[in-house]
Design a protein around this ligand. Structure first.
Ligand code: MRU
Length: 367
């Protein structure tokens, strides 16, 4: 692993994220995964390079890269890296792919995009295992790049669908970061906001700071400010005040896993926002690729909630907030029930869980 500072590094081809910065890209000239270290934003722009799947697993666990689609893409690239170094026969390639897939999958349990991308890469691995190692590597890299490209396309499609519901002149509240930094590029919730602006709508954004990791303050505000979209950061506890004063017209957030009934897991604090939106008659909407929908899970009670370390709650940076020996709780996600969700925007279309529609309606008929 190595770091580079300042601007995004030159790649041998245009970044698939199609932006001046990116969460994750593959550099085929050096057989490396390149990631922006999101832990350091907004103070430092540092890109890190990884050559081994276990290094990518550490980067996902340690939040160098985060956001459900972005960690899925990172895992896919990690399995491409593996195919580049695993020169053994078909059987040993598949064993190594399985071991790396399990390691990657264990890093973050709530975001189903991770398991989805690993399963897709593993299906491709089975198809190409008997090829010679170079052809195998090319096929696995192409599959990971396809996952990345499709995610950017999905963001743009759902963004346009969601933007149609954003009123001109709206103040939009968002929670956490569901932007270009959380996806292959463009963003899910921030994709809706970007698309609304591109349609000529005047939109201003309130970004919840999103304790304890501060993705809203550090990442969402950074992205929107860079695009010239008006944004103000509020602490999480201020949202009720702004709802009460009628200053919020629309809520859009991303998701880490959506159950078959339309229950939505997202960053801790999202449920409270949804309750407030409901109490004040404000639409609460979710933008996510269909890879975030887990039809195997009937409702939100079946979604595993990642528990992270006490230290992330007890400290802000180097500053200690909670005395030694005092326990803290740290569920990283919560579940918003379908009855509070006005709309879910995906690249396959829109469903309205509040009106009884479920994401299963977007399942493609089998060929
Ligand atoms: O812990 P994080 O930063 O990975 O959590 C991210 C979120 O909760 C996002 O809202 C979600 O992954 C959707 S990203 C398009």
């Amino acid at each position: 692993m190595s770091g580079t500072g300042g601007h995004a590094p030159e790649l041998p081809r245009a970044p698939l994220s199609a932006a001046s910065y990116f969460a994750v890209e593959y550099d085929p000239s050096r057989d490396e995964v390149v990631m922006l270290d999101q832990r350091l934003l907004p103070e430092q722009v540092v890109y890190r390079r990884y050559r081994k799947p276990d290094e990518v697993a550490d980067a996902i666990r340690d939040m160098v890269v985060r956001g459900a689609p972005a960690i899925g893409i990172s895992a896919a690239y990690a399995l491409a890296l593996l195919a580049g170094t695993e020169r053994g026969d078909a059987a040993s390639f598949l064993v190594a792919n399985g071991v790396a897939g399990r390691l990657l999958n264990a890093t973050r349990p709530t975001a189903v995009n991770l398991a989805w991308a690993i399963a897709r890469m593993s299906r491709r691995a089975a198809e190409v295992a008997a090829l010679d190692p170079d052809a195998r590597y090319d096929a696995m890299r192409a599959e990971a790049e396809a996952i990345h490209r499709e995610d950017v396309d999905a963001c743009r499609t759902m963004g346009a669908l969601g933007a149609a519901d954003v009123p001109d002149g709206a103040t939009v509240l968002t929670h956490c970061n569901a932007g270009a930094l959380a996806t292959g590029g463009y963003g899910t919730a921030l994709g809706v906001i970007r698309a609304a602006c591109a349609q000529g709508k005047r939109v201003r954004v309130l970004a919840d700071e999103t304790r304890p990791y501060l993705q809203g303050a550090r990442l969402t505000a950074w992205e929107l400010h860079a695009d010239g979209i008006p944004v103000e950061v509020i602490t999480d506890g201020m949202a009720g005040h702004f709802f009460q004063r009628g200053e919020i017209d629309f809520v859009v957030v991303g998701s880490d896993r959506i159950a078959a009934n339309g229950d939505v897991a997202n960053k801790i604090g999202t449920y409270g926002v949804a309750v407030l939106a409901d109490a004040h008659g404000v639409p609460f909407t979710v933008a996510a690729p269909f890879s975030t929908v887990d039809l195997q899970v009937a409702d939100g009670s079946g979604i595993p909630i990642e528990e992270r370390s006490r230290d992330e709650v007890a400290h802000v940076g180097a500053r200690k907030l909670v005395g030694d020996g005092i326990p803290c709780r740290h569920p990283a996600f919560d579940v918003t029930p379908a009855r509070l969700v006005t709309a879910i925007y995906t690249e396959r279309g829109v469903v309205h869980p509040r009106d009884g529609e479920t994401p299963a309606a977007l399942r493609r008929p089998r060929a």
